[in-house]
Design a protein around this ligand. Structure first.
Ligand code: COS
Length: 393
């Protein structure tokens, strides 16, 4: 038995999710309009209890493994459903994990039912990878603040019903001067527009023109918002890897199906060694990605130390998203022109697979996180060894 064989219960769960996705979610996704929130799709995921699973684990969020299995399974069958579900998690985990009971109660049931659309508003035009540089101002106003500035490339914007907004409460303090606020989508002074992106899900820009927030809308601590963002991303990053694994598996399955049937040069394409070696490479990268993702998720659920979790989450996201890009691209190469036709599974996956290498921390950010964590662990080891030697002496 492998180190990460799924239990019978997990396999049954995956089967059940797949059945719902094929029977109900795919048709609803097909009726949606690209670049906009598909509310009927979200409501169906709510009715089937899939969104409620986002809030099933300890600490009020889902167990990381369960989140990964959900995302991987949905990604194999219906990327629209996968992304809609993942964005509900990204948008709501800051208030589920760090909000008061009152805030969590105000929005969680609606998010789980698919009637309240949630969104995570961190990025700005001048603060993407360098999130601590964000500039959207929160200026004191009576017992609260007024938010002024812009957020951009925000998933589910401008249609979301509730946003987690990261704003600068202390100037020039980088990560130590950011606060997270919960802001309703219909707040006075909040407006936005859609952006036309390669990725098929809703994405937009938000403008805050003196939007009023109170002390009760703060998530976590004033000036402690950077940690809210980073902890949320720590939970989500392995599951971005799971999304990538699901897409890569779908592309690999398509490549196997095509190359074993397609006749060329006197036999099936898969008889060509050049082709079978590509299939082997694709399958190996998918398997390795899956193991890294499951390992990161299992470590999270086992409550391993935070620095190790951050490193493992970064490794899983980095390797799985980069591998999925390779696998989808190679599957297209093996199919030839037919895969580039609008509406082909691989044409769609090619558009879906690109953004995860950028969002929730670009691959370069993941390498920075991994590199720093390795060096810090090594320095800590040196220091401990020196302290031991001093004690002995
Ligand atoms: N959990 C808890 N706290 C964390 C943390 C984590 N995973 N990562 C960092 N922190 C804390 C640090 O401990 C530090 O706290 P102190 O000031 O108390 O020492 C603070 O946050 C700043 O950390 P750091 O110095 O590492 O910040 P940097 O500015 O160097 O940025 C990166 C770190 C690059 C990792 C961060 O900016 C990042 O993740 N960028 C990508 C953002 C992103 O994913 N954007 C996409 C938006 S969602 S689509």
């Amino acid at each position: 038995m492998s180190a990460f064989a799924l239990t019978g219960e997990q396999r049954a769960y995956v089967r059940q999710v797949r059945e719902v996705a094929v029977a109900e979610l795919v048709p609803l996704a097909e009726r949606g309009v690209e670049g906009t929130v598909n509310r009927p799709l979200l409501a169906a995921m709510g009715r089937h209890g899939l969104l409620a699973r986002l809030f099933g684990g300890t600490g009020r969020s889902a167990a990381a493994m369960e989140l990964c299995l959900l995302r991987e399974t949905l990604a194999e069958v219906c990327t629209d459903a996968e992304t809609a579900l993942a964005l509900q998690a990204l948008g709501s985990y800051p208030f589920v994990l760090f909000g008061t009971d009152e805030i969590a109660a105000r929005y969680s049931d609606g998010v789980a039912a698919g009637t309240v659309v949630a969104s995570f508003a961190l990025s700005e035009a001048e603060a993407g990878s360098d999130a601590a540089a964000l500039a959207l101002r929160a200026e004191p106003d009576g017992d609260g603040w007024r938010l002024t500035g812009e957020k951009t490339w925000i998933s589910n914007a401008p249609e979301a019903d509730v946003y987690t907004v990261f704003a600068r409460t202390t100037p020039h303090a980088r990560a130590r001067g950011i606060t997270a606020f919960v802001v309703p989508g219909d707040a006075a002074g909040l407006s936005g527009e859609h952006l036309d992106m390669l990725a098929p899900h809703a994405l937009g820009r938000l403008t805050f023109d003196g939007v009023r927030v109170s002390a009760a809308d703060v998530l976590g601590e004033v000036d402690g918002g950077f940690k809210v963002a980073m902890r949320t991303l720590d939970v989500l990053r392995p599951s971005v890897g799971a999304f990538a694994v699901g897409m890569a598996q779908a592309a690999l399955d398509a490549a196997l199906s095509h190359t074993t049937r397609r006749q060329a040069f006197g036999g099936p394409l898969s008889d060509q060694q050049a082709v079978s070696h590509l299939l082997a490479e694709m399958a190996t990268r998918v398997a390795a990605s899956r193991l890294l993702v499951y390992a990161a998720a299992a470590a999270h659920d086992a409550g391993e130390p935070p620095d190790q979790l951050t490193r493992q989450a970064a490794m899983a996201k980095l390797f799985a998203t980069e591998s999925a890009q390779y696998v989808v691209d190679t599957a297209i190469q093996l199919h030839g022109a037919r895969a580039l036709q609008r509406g082909h599974l691989l044409e769609r996956l090619y558009r879906d697979v690109r953004a995860p290498r950028i969002y929730e921390g670009a691959s370069e950010v993941q390498r920075t996180i991994i590199g720093r964590s390795l060096v810090q662990a090594e320095i800590a080891r040196h220091e401990n060894a020196r302290a031991d030697t001093r004690q002995e002496g």
